[in-house]
Design a protein around this ligand. Structure first.
Ligand code: GUN
Ligand code: ZN
Length: 656
């Protein structure tokens, strides 16, 4: 069973941990390609680990096998002994040599047995490399062979097995291949894409990833074969790629090329001291360019790998910060083809929406295309559903939701008819009551500076309102309280629908922040029912959840906890993935869900780390972080938050 655990996430991208016999791999990870012949390897792999923190590598079992002296060492000392590395080693099978040279001399059983014999941590079956140009019938036949070998390989292999996803440019084949790989593999390795990467065909790459993505199980890490240029890392991570192998650091070094996340540069053109890394401190790039070829290649390869390791660390940091879309958009400066690839990715929102979080801390526009991120797509969908049943809104210039403004904006005309108001935002017109909602609330784009929302004198606002309403305006009344009641209703409607809002709202009162005017909490009498986050989302307290539990339909917002985990969850412990029996498929990461026991009794509430379709499928790790439980809320600093997962041997729920 794959030991893969998700620790953090941003959309499809995740910070994970993959267990291997030589220790865990922290993902997303860059696995440098190591030549099995130590004399042909420009930088010793232990150096990667010691100086760059790169803890795992990939090497070719095929080159080892077909080179007798290497093979002899590997057979006696293992692959780790041969390449001089004590961390996790993944081995590839020779399929790539088939692409490069047209054929390989080894059989699929033999190369897999060989990988087993030399102690590979992750072995790869001998797949059939399918070119992007291969027509459907041939690609299908090749895929058939790959799948037969995957089935046989799974039966033969005890340890971790990588099963490549082939199918060329054919979406149906990519999907079928991804489905079978998910059934058989511990690592799902998207292959056949090197020509796309080498020729900057990122639109096709995005299409192929999009075709495979829905069929790739979330329970296993996804590898992308050959995406070694650092400009592609954020792009790949966006599709949930967890592992990338890189031979680019060597290949580009051989041609005197410096790899940067913003593109590729010829070493001899670097005349300024643009880098002050520890390698450049030892010898600046300008001098490296003048070294004899071997030495130059060695130093440049090390530098390229350092840049790549740094970029992968930035990707991981962006996942933790919830800023991966931003990073990916920023990286498209490397080449318009990459921008086009991201454009193509945005054309497949259905791939991203199930794991798209409820909100993020910030939304920073990189360029106008940022307005096509999945977060915006979801917001627009929900906005359509929200606005449809209501009377059309009148438009106002931008204001903050401060009481000093709201008091002047009537919610009814003199005849008692309901009035609605909207503001123009960078994401289009948005009802005023929803203006704090993610992503429009934290949205920071150029408009903010070109056309700043003015702090307007109330007088000017009154005039604007009067102009919009004419005689119907009732400007004498103070509308602050009605606005708060209206906004509470609106937020509940936005989250739970109109019927629930109508049932919940009576008697609720809201408290606004003095500084920002933002609605902060919603109470019933003295009892807090919802805490409104800076993302505008009303997260229920346990009392609020009890009310929702009474009102919502039986499945809605619910996660059913396996009986074995009920005592732990009821006491405020984390809910682990394998104890999830069922989850409302409409939930998304970051939402607060109602955790119920198998008989439907509410035992706790918590925020989703995993999307519902991922729960129960991941054998390890957290599904929901419990925020409050039956007796009392868990304080943030309570170290029981760092729960140990209960030991193996607990039954896995049978009805998943
Ligand atoms: N290396 C680069 N592409 C591939 C591929 O499609 N399959 C395998 N096994 N290795 C690769
Ligand atoms: Zn440097």
């Amino acid at each position: 069973m794959t030991e893969f655990e998700v620790l953090e996430r941003d959309g499809l991208a995740r910070i994970g941990r993959l267990g291997t016999p030589h220790g865990p791999i922290e993902t997303p990870a860059l696995l440098p390609v190591v030549h099995p012949d130590p004399t042909r390897q420009p930088v010793a792999p232990e150096e990667f680990r010691r100086r760059l923190g790169l803890g795992a590598v990939i090497t070719s079992s095929y080159i080892t096998w077909r080179t007798p002296p290497l093979r002899a060492v590997a057979e006696s000392q293992g692959i780790h002994g041969l390449i001089g590395f004590s961390g996790p080693v993944m081995t590839d099978s020779g399929a790539f040599q088939q692409h490069a040279y047209g054929s390989v001399e080894v059989g699929p059983e033999e190369i897999l047995e060989f990988q087993e014999a030399i102690g590979s941590d992750i072995a790869t079956i001998l797949d059939v490399f399918t070119e992007p140009e291969t027509p459907h019938d041939l690609a299908e036949a090749a895929l058939h062979t790959t799948l037969e070998r995957a089935v046989a390989g799974r039966a033969a292999r005890k340890g971790l097995l990588a099963v490549p996803v082939q199918g060329g440019q054919h979406a149906d084949l990519r999907a079928a291949s991804a489905r079978e790989a998910s059934r058989l593999g511990d690592v799902l390795a998207v292959g056949g894409v090197v020509p796309l990467l080498e020729q900057y065909r990122f639109v096709e790459l995005a299409r192929q990833l999009a075709a495979a993505r829905p069929e790739l199980t979330p329970a296993a890490p996804v590898h992308l074969f050959g995406a070694g240029h650092p400009m592609t890392f954020a792009f790949a991570a966006l599709f949930g790629v967890d592992l990338i192998d890189s031979s680019a650091y060597q290949k580009f070094a051989r041609r005197g090329r410096l790899l940067l996340p913003e593109g590729t540069v010829a070493l001899e053109e670097v005349t300024e001291a643009t880098c002050h890394c520890f390698l450049c401190a030892d010898m600046p790039l300008r001098l490296v360019a003048r070294l004899p070829p071997d030495e130059r290649e060695r130093r440049l390869a090390f530098h390229n790998l350092l840049t790549s390791a740094e970029e992968m660390a930035l990707v991981r940091q962006a996942i933790r910060d919830g800023t991966l879309w931003e990073l990916a958009e920023r990286r498209t400066v490397a080449h318009p083809s990459l921008r086009a690839g991201l454009e193509e990715a945005r054309r497949h929102p259905e791939i991203f929406l199930p794991t798209e979080p409820e909100s993020r801390r910030a939304f920073r526009e990189v360029d106008p295309s940022s307005r096509g991120r999945p977060a915006v797509v979801r917001f627009q969908h929900r906005l359509e559903a929200y606005s449809a049943p209501h009377p059309p809104a009148r438009r106002l210039g931008r204001i903050g939701l401060r009481p000093e403004y709201l008091r002047h904006i009537p919610l009814e005309d003199r005849a008692g008819r309901e009035l609605r108001w909207e503001m123009v935002t960078p994401l289009g017109p948005v009802p005023i009551e929803l203006i704090d909602q993610y992503p429009v609330g934290p949205y920071l784009g150029v408009d903010e500076f070109l056309d700043p929302p003015r702090h307007r004198p109330p007088r000017a606002l009154q005039e604007e309102v009067a102009a919009a309403l004419g005689d119907a305006a009732d400007l004498d009344r103070d509308w602050t309280e009605p606005w708060t009641r209206f906004q509470i209703h609106a937020l509940l409607e936005w989250q739970y629908g109109a019927a629930i809002a109508i049932a919940l709202a009576p008697g609720l009162r809201g408290e606004r922040s003095r500084r920002t005017g933002r609605l902060r909490s919603i109470s019933l009498g003295p009892t807090p029912m919802f805490v409104v986050g800076t993302d505008g989302v009303p997260h229920p307290t346990f009392r609020g959840a009890e009310r929702l539990h009474e009102l919502l339909s039986p499945e809605e917002r619910r996660i059913v906890v396996h009986a074995d985990a009920v005592p732990f969850v009821r006491a405020g412990r984390t809910l682990f993935s394998r104890f999830v029996v069922r989850a409302d498929p409409r939930l998304v990461p970051g939402t607060t869900a109602l955790l119920v026991d198998p008989s439907g009794v509410l035992i706790a509430i918590g925020r989703l780390l995993l999307a519902p379709h991922e729960m129960g499928r991941l054998a390890r790790g957290v599904a929901v972080r419990v925020t409050a439980h039956r007796s009392r809320p868990i304080p943030d600093d309570d170290d029981r938050g760092e729960d140990e997962e209960p030991g193996e041997g607990r039954p896995v729920p049978g009805d998943l």
